[in-house]
Ligand binder design. Sequence first.
Ligand SMILES: [Zn+2]
Length: 847
Amino acid sequence: MSNNVEEKILHGTTTVGIRARDGIVLCADMRASAGYFIANNNTMKIQKIDHHAGLTLAGGVADAQNIVDILRYHSNLHRVEKQVPIPIHSLARLCSLIFHQNRGYPFIADILVGGYDSEGPALFNIDMFGSVEEKSFVTTGSGSPVAYGVLEEGYKDGLSIEDAKGLALTAVKAAIVRNIGTGDGINIATMDKDGFPSIYSDLMQRKQQKEIPSSQNIMAVILQSIPKEANVTKIEYEGPRIALFTTTPRYLLENNETISSLVNVIKKRIVVRTDESIRKPEDEVRKILADCVPKDADLQGTIFDTATGEVSIEAKRPWLLQRDAKMFNHTDVTEKTGWRIRIRKATTIPSRTIQTINATLKQHASERSRQLKQVGDEIFRPRLSDRTEISLYTLGGFGQVGRSSLLLATPESKVLIDCGINPGARSAMDAFPRLDFVNLTLDELDAVVIGHAHLDHTGFLPALCKYGYKGPVYCTEPTLPMMNLIQLDAIKVAAAQGRTPIYSERDVKQIMRQTITLPYGTVTDISPDIKLVLANAGHILGSALCHFHIGNGNHNFVYSGDIKFGKSILFEAASWNFPRAETLLIESTYGLKEDIQPSRQEVESAFIVAVNKTLAEGGKVLIPIPAVGRAQEIMMVIDHYMKEGKIVEAPVFTEGMISEASAIHESYPEYLARELRQKILETDDNPFDSEYFTNIEHADGREEPMREDSPCIILATSGMLEGGPVLEYFKNVAPEKKNKVLFVSYQVNGTLGRRVLDGSRQATMVGKDGKVEAVTINCGVEKLDGFSGHSDYNQLMSFVQRLRPKLRRVLVNHGERKKSESLAMNIRRMYRLSAHYPQIQEAIKLF
Ligand SMILES: [Zn+2]
């Protein structure tokens, strides 16, 4: 270590600082030595910290750059918060503190901090152990013995800045001649009461054009590039975004190019926020909105988010607020109210889950702002290491379906991807992700990323929060209510089955407060060296493929989650067009060559035939169905073909969580397939609002669907006849020959659904009063494949084929072992790609 340090510092460079009567001179040679340094003969060893302060660097370039970033950040913060430049001695002390905190793993740098503040010129030397000394002249680096000789001879008290410049140049030149580590020209900077002279600024600007500014430097760049007219009062992290607060939002809203050119330079997401001082009280805003929103748009409600200063306007006809600025002008309304405007579609029935989320976020708004700032500080902190090593740890969902979870780790960050449970498991060891394998404390985690809402991907997340995970959870906007709904339902199911739930409702609410939602397709920093993009996975509402861009583009990793690589009525086919993807981790639920499903067209035709036949005979069709996803798909199919006259018109009844799940679907039309989205967002023909559907809220509403000789379609949960309202309908429907039970989802071995499907003519079930009832099954029973939200074998293979030109390796998960194995083998054979199927508790080096 000591040798290393010596080499790095002493064989580096020569820097000189002199305090003159009226200012400070900093001077340094321009060569960075080869070997331990990045070889570069035009290295800037003088760095500007602020208008009035600068420093010289001698030492490891990367280490030193970190310190510059941190100092710039604090200096800007000081200027913004206290309205005066930071005193030079404070900068020196801050610098010492950073050195001191890193004693165990010292920064290898020796620094001179100089500048001109309210007390005049000041110069400090800080060494790598954190000692601070105020100096009138000082030199550091390998040439310093030579330079000291010159300085000691030439320095006098009360030297003018011009004389000090000459002396500094002579000292560095002497070192260049005598010292092999020093050379290639000299940079010199002076600071007086007017700050840095322009010649120095020019040099800095040229440097900034070439490089993307690093971490904390961002604030400085923003402050320098935002015009005064924008009236930016505050710049703050808002999780992975940077929020610019302004008292005159019109300028930034109308001059888009200001923000977009800034985003181009800093490569970070920027949002414009209104300063709290201009936000009008909520009741006043409601009145203004009632005036501004055209009557035809049918304003239903407003939701205020005080953490971001956004007001969501819910309207029945949102398109009337989006198309014509004459009818409704966003900038005008923002200016009038002081709140940013967001337009949302008002749903047929409001979603209770979304209402709870809004209420929870509102209640904890100030705590949430604080958390978002903290998250930003963590994401945009300087990197601690130059190494790039990327590993994947398999914690669950490998060689099995259930408890999907993996850890992505670099020297900088640890990101947990999915956090599911295995509902069918017998012991805790098999039920939960094997977090014990990675020996991780929860505060070491930088982020949790959730692909989609199903319990086998999110069921353990509330427990993670319960045990102390405080960091951000990233997912799409609809995934949050979807997973909350499913997680809360799991508590009820556990209680009904006499099991103790592993978490409570409070833990689920905690997730709401920690979640940061991201739209599809937006690049977002989630740690100092990982960027995340979520893309449509076509599986359920909000489901996402997760694309991780790691290091400086060293590696790109795509996690498929559950995907449907085929279009359905609800969703577009999964996205595949990633700019880069070296490693793909793909699911294999249908990984066997024989796992081929009929096309959507075929299954929809079969559905029409099956339903029509029963309805024509005056019978009822009972469809046991999972509430989330499949139910909405079937509802859309029914509405579509009834309107076209292809399905016999009949009332359709739904019961269970279906209507709540439908309300969440309707709330996020932008996540639905194009045609459906257009219908909901741009017309009054909204299939979720279809006149065919009646939702049964209470048991007493069942009379109508159960009435004799009234043909109808009933969709009820659960999907495998294991509990839920469907059982009551089953008792009513099963004995009659003209009725039909129609399965559209997979029936697991051991469930009543499976027994009925396998031809059982009798079922026993426990009635409401606890008595065992026998039900005779005389009705027709039919099963339709092809409505699955998963890709079949062919779709999985064509997805890999699409990505193949970019891929170096494929990993396979989320399938029974033999399915994962077979898919990996066929990918190797067909596409000549490295492909394998890891088991749980493996560590895989990606880069
Ligand atoms: Zn799923």
